[in-house]
Design a protein around this ligand. Structure first.
Ligand SMILES: *Cc1c(COP(=O)(O)O)cnc(C)c1O
Length: 448
C-alpha cells in the first residue's frame, strides 16, 4: 500500500467542498478531474464523463476551448489585472459596450463583480439606493417568486426561497416577500401555462396594490427557475409583471445568471418577453444580472446592466449619492477577455441559430428515451434546458442517479426528483445520444 495519500483523501482533509454534506463522501467518492476537452471531463483513472450540466451551468463552448484559451493567453501577456476605481482598460470597455448593444442600449451601464450572488446584491442595493436618491427611502423591500434562487450570500438569501439553503441563516436575513410562482405544472385541468401565468400575475398585483409604497423591486429568474428544479413558465407572466411594476413604480430585476447567454434560446431570455433587442419597444427590465456563462465558464465574472434612468439617479455632485460598492477584482481584465472571446463565438458561429437545431434534437432524443416511461412526468424544455420529474423517487434519488451516471460516463446531478440536461452548446448528435443513453441507464439504476 502506498504511504502517499491519494488526491481524494487530501481533498477530503483540506478542501471544504461546496453544497456538500462532507460526511456523505464516506460512501460517495469524489471525482478527481485531470483534464477537460470539449464536453468531456477526464478523471485520474482515465474515465471519461460527458459534462451534461456544463459544470454547474457555466460552460458554454466546452472545456479548454481553443479560441477562449488563445484570447486569454494574449491577454495574460498584456495585463492581468488593474483596479477599476479611477482606471479602465480595453477589455472592460469593449465588453460593456457590446453588452449594452445586445440590450438595444436599453441597459447601457455595466457594473462588475465576480459571482452571481454579488450581482444579485448589487442589483438589490442599486434599486433601493436609487429610490432613496429619488426621495423614496421607504421603498426598500423586495419581492421574489416562490422557489426562487438568487444566490446564497446573506443579502441574496433575502430573495432566495429554497428552505434548505436558507433556514439555518434565517435569523441573519431580512427576508423579502414571495409571491406565487407561475410554474406551468400548476395548471388545473383545462388551464394553459398562460392561464397559470395570469393567475400568478393577479397575486402579484394584489401584493403590489397593498405594498408598492415600501417595495423597491421584484426580482425574477426569467422563463426558468433553475435551482427550484428547472421550473418553466409562460413569458406572459413577465409581460404582465413588467406592466404591473410600471403601474406601481417598482423596479424589475431580471436575474439572467442561469438563463442568459443563450441558454433559453435567445441571448437574453427577456427577448422572448419583449421581442428582439434590435427592434424598438419597451417592456425591458430595469436591471439584468449576468454571470455563469458570460465568461464561457472560465473565470468568475458577474455584472449588472442597468437603465439610463437608474444610472441618472446616482449621477450627482454628492459622493453619498453615488453607488459606493466595490470588489477587489471588479472588471478583471482576464475575465472580461474570456467574456469577449465568448461573445465572439456567439457572433462568428451564429450560436443562437445553431442551437435551435441542437435543442430540437435534444428534445427528440429525450422524448424517445423518456417520453413513454411511466415514472417520468412533466418532460419540458426551453432552449438548451431540458428536464423531467421522476414519480415516486426515493429520498436519495438524486445522489443515486448522480453516482449511477458516473458509471455510465455522464455527469448529471438531479435536483430532488428532477433530472435535467444543460449541456454545452457544442454537443453533437453522438454526444447527445451518449448523454441520453447514460441518463436512461442511470434512471434504471436509481429506481432499482
Ligand atoms: C447560480 C445562480 C446565482 C448565484 O450565482 P453564484 O455565482 O453561484 O453566486 C444567482 N441566480 C441564479 C438564477 C443562479 O442560477
Amino acid at each position: 500500500m502506498s504511504s502517499v495519500p491519494s488526491l481524494l483523501a487530501r481533498s477530503l482533509a483540506a478542501v471544504w467542498h461546496p453544497c456538500t454534506q462532507m460526511k456523505q463522501h464516506e460512501s460517495l467518492p469524489l471525482v478527481a478531474v485531470v483534464r477537460g476537452e470539449g464536453p468531456w471531463l477526464f478523471d485520474a483513472d482515465g474515465r471519461k464523463l460527458l459534462d451534461g450540466i456544463s459544470s454547474w451551468w457555466v460552460n458554454l463552448f466546452g472545456h479548454c476551448n481553443p479560441r477562449i484559451n488563445a484570447a486569454l493567453r494574449e491577454q495574460l501577456e498584456q495585463l492581468e489585472h488593474v483596479m477599476l476605481a479611477g482606471f479602465t482598460h480595453q477589455p472592460v470597455v469593449e465588453l460593456s459596450e457590446r453588452l449594452a448593444a445586445l440590450t438595444g442600449h436599453r441597459l447601457g451601464h455595466a457594473f462588475y463583480a465576480s459571482d452571481g450572488a454579488s450581482a444579485t446584491e448589487i442589483a438589490l442595493k442599486m434599486s433601493a439606493h436609487s429610490w432613496r436618491n429619488r426621495g423614496r427611502p421607504e421603498k426598500n423591500r423586495f419581492i421574489s417568486l416562490t422557489g426562487s434562487y438568487h444566490g446564497e450570500t446573506v443579502g441574496a438569501l433575502a430573495v432566495t426561497d429554497v428552505a434548505l439553503f436558507r433556514d439555518a441563516y434565517a435569523p441573519l436575513v431580512r427576508m423579502g416577500t414571495t409571491v406565487p410562482t407561475p410554474d406551468a405544472r400548476l395548471a388545473q385541468p383545462g388551464e394553459s401555462a398562460a392561464d397559470v401565468a395570469r393567475r400568478a400575475a393577479t397575486a402579484l398585483e394584489t401584493h403590489l396594490a397593498a405594498h408598492h409604497a415600501e417595495t423597491a423591486a421584484l426580482i425574477v429568474e426569467p422563463l426558468v427557475q433553475g435551482a427550484a428544479g428547472m421550473v418553466m413558465y409562460d413569458p406572459e407572466y413577465l409581460r404582465l409583471a413588467r406592466a404591473l411594476c410600471d403601474r406601481y413604480e417598482v423596479h424589475l430585476i431580471a436575474d439572467e445568471i442561469a438563463v442568459g447567454c443563450g441558454r433559453t434560446g435567445s441571448f437574453f431570455a427577456w427577448e422572448q418577453v419583449a421581442g428582439p433587442a434590435a427592434e424598438p419597444g419597451g417592456g425591458w427590465p430595469d436591471f439584468i444580472c449576468l454571470s455563469k456563462g458570460i465568461s464561457g465558464g472560465y473565470l468568475p465574472l458577474s455584472l449588472v446592466l442597468s437603465s439610463d434612468a437608474v444610472y441618472a439617479s446616482f449621477y450627482d455632485d454628492a459622493t453619498a449619492r453615488a453607488f459606493l460598492h466595490s470588489h477587489s477584482y471588479t472588471g478583471n481584465p482576464l475575465a472580461c477577455r474570456a467574456a469577449l472571446a465568448t461573445l465572439d463565438i456567439f457572433a462568428e458561429d451564429d450560436v443562437i441559430t445553431a442551437n435551435r437545431a441542437r435543442a430540437a434534437l435534444l428534445g427528440r432524443l429525450a422524448d424517445e428515451r423518456f417520453g413513454a416511461r411511466a415514472e417520468v412526468e412533466h418532460l419540458r424544455q426551453r432552449g438548451m434546458i431540458l428536464a423531467f420529474d421522476v414519480r415516486h423517487a426515493r429520498p436519495d434519488f438524486a445522489r443515486r442517479f448522480f453516482a449511477a451516471g458516473l458509471e455510465h460516463g455522464v455527469l448529471l446531478r438531479p435536483i430532488g426528483n428532477t433530472v435535467y440536461f444543460m449541456p454545452p452548446y457544442i454537443v453533437d448528435e453522438a454526444q447527445m445520444r451518449h448523454l441520453m443513453d447514460g441518463a436512461a441507464a442511470a434512471l434504471d439504476t436509481a429506481l432499482a
